[in-house]
Design a protein around this ligand. Structure first.
Ligand code: THU
Length: 160
């Protein structure tokens, strides 16, 4: 038997003002996208903004459904929109913001497991890391340099 240690690196920004300018712009777009979330069942609104290698910014938000599992998260709406419109453009960064309409979230809201797996697929496909930034409604922002920091032991195509 042996034990291994896996290290995950996270950079924490105190607030939006501390972000690099390009990421600040992406966060502003994610906040705008968040306002268009269709979330009548959870009252939880999520916005995403992706920066592609060609400079395009693609946004998304969560889209719920009365048949609950038929809804979709903001990250997947955005990444599938990006991949369907620009299949050969690398995704350099994804920026997320999420908040409940009942309480203003001030701690960073991490992407769910399904979204991590989906984003990881595109990181592996493009063979280049994707930066991930996530925030609540406001306050601190967490940044990882790659999906592998969020999914250190992952399933992927190499198993198939
Ligand atoms: N949601 C996202 O959009 N992204 C996540 O990473 C976690 C959850 C959405 C799905 C649902 O519409 C609402 O937040 C509550 O789970």
């Amino acid at each position: 038997m042996k034990q291994i240690e896996i290290t995950t690196s996270v950079t924490i920004f105190e607030n939006v003002e501390e972000l690099p300018n390009d990421v600040k712009e992406l966060m502003n777009k994610a906040v705008e996208a968040r306002k268009n979330a269709y979330a009548p069942y959870s009252d939880f609104e999520v916005g995403a903004a992706l920066l592609l290698e060609n400079g395009e910014v693609i946004t998304g938000n969560n889209q719920e459904n009365a048949a609950y599992p038929s809804g979709m998260c903001a990250e997947r709406v955005a990444v599938w929109k990006a991949s369907s419109e620009f299949p050969n453009q690398k995704i350099l960064k994804i920026v997320l913001t999420a908040t409940s309409r009942k309480t203003k979230n001030t701690t960073p809201v991490a992407p769910c497991g399904g979204c991590r797996q989906t984003l990881l697929e595109y990181e592996q496909k493009q063979d280049a890391p994707m930066e991930v930034y996530f925030m609540g409604a406001e306050g601190e922002i967490y940044k990882t340099n790659s999906l592998t920091d969020l999914v250190p032991i992952a399933f992927g195509k190499s198993f198939l």
